[in-house]
Design a protein around this ligand. Structure first.
Ligand code: AMP
Ligand code: ZN
Length: 113
């Protein structure tokens, strides 16, 4: 499949990997928007949050645990961080493979632009 994030997860396209296990891959965002900005993706191709089904419920819950553990490893639990999923055009989704942004290391504005 011609998907950038599938290729990154499979190591076909280089990335700055933070961690991976059987189901998830975490890597640094190429255009960081905060001192800490990494992405977590399921290795399984899911186009967006809109395409998630009941079968993916455990995967998504485990993704949140995976994210919290990685954030804690980087000390972000002390200062806080933000987890973002962009869905579709108005959400600002540019890569059509479900991913979560983890942003931290500075105080983030709310609401987003
Ligand atoms: P989104 O706009 O929510 O779809 O997020 C896609 C993110 O992927 C953006 O923050 C990009 O900077 C990031 N990105 C695009 N290509 C790469 C790449 N090759 N390696 C790492 N991050 C990337
Ligand atoms: Zn994909």
């Amino acid at each position: 499949m011609d998907c950038l994030f599938c290729k990154i997860a499979q190591g076909e396209i280089p990335s700055t990997k933070i961690y991976e296990d059987e189901r998830f891959f975490a890597f640094k965002d190429i255009a960081p928007q905060a001192p800490v900005h990494f992405l977590v993706i399921p290795k399984q191709h899911i186009e967006s949050l809109d395409k998630v089904t009941e079968e993916d419920v455990k995967l998504l819950g485990d993704a949140m645990l995976f994210i919290a553990r990685l954030a804690r490893k980087q000390g972000l639990d002390k200062t806080g961080y933000r987890v973002v999923n962009n869905m579709g055009d108005d959400g600002g989704q540019t890569v059509k493979h479900l991913h979560f942004h983890i942003l931290g290391g500075r105080s983030l504005q709310w609401p987003p632009g």
